[in-house]
Design a protein around this ligand. Sequence first.
Ligand SMILES: [Zn+2]
Length: 93
Amino acid sequence: MKVTLVTEHARIKMKVAENGEFAESAEHRCPHCMEKPLRARGTGKRISSFDTYSAPAICYSCRREVGTLESKMKTLFGLEEDERVLRSGVRIY
Ligand SMILES: [Zn+2]
């Protein structure tokens, strides 16, 4: 899964932590609390395009907003279609 943090000034490639709790970039720091590495957490994801989820991102330490996290998913039919298929359940005849 590819995760990008979109800020006013840059698009930063992020690495997702093992436990999936946050994404981090060793080369960047939080613009608010200056913590390095920059660790961002998504707060409620939504579908923003055919294969992309996006969520407002907050700093893992100071909890102030640092941008928007975007993650590209591998999907056959697009995320909306996939979610509809998952919700409807699988029928076996
Ligand atoms: Zn911070």
